[in-house]
Write a protein of this length. Structure first.
Length: 77
């Protein structure tokens, strides 16, 4: 039996939205950025930083939709 050839296999295509979204610039502190990067690398398969941020936003919006009156406690200064 011949060994499979992996050189001619197509790379998976990332799924893109059919519609272009609105670009929003957001500044993150280094601790926040590190936390996003750690979360992104733990995903299976690992995701890019923008995909991770979109995923985290979707997850939080889903959580808040279940209990719209509940908000996380604010940190003391």
């Amino acid at each position: 039996m011949a060994k499979p050839v992996f050189g001619n296999m197509a790379k998976p295509v990332r799924k893109r939205s059919a519609k272009t979204g609105t670009l929003i610039g957001v500044r993150l502190q280094s601790q926040q950025l590190k936390a996003v990067d750690v979360w992104a690398t733990k995903q299976v398969p690992p995701v890019t930083r923008p995909e991770a941020i979109r995923g985290l936003i979707d997850a939080m919006l889903h959580i808040l939709a279940e209990g719209p009156g509940e908000k996380p406690a604010k940190k003391g200064k």
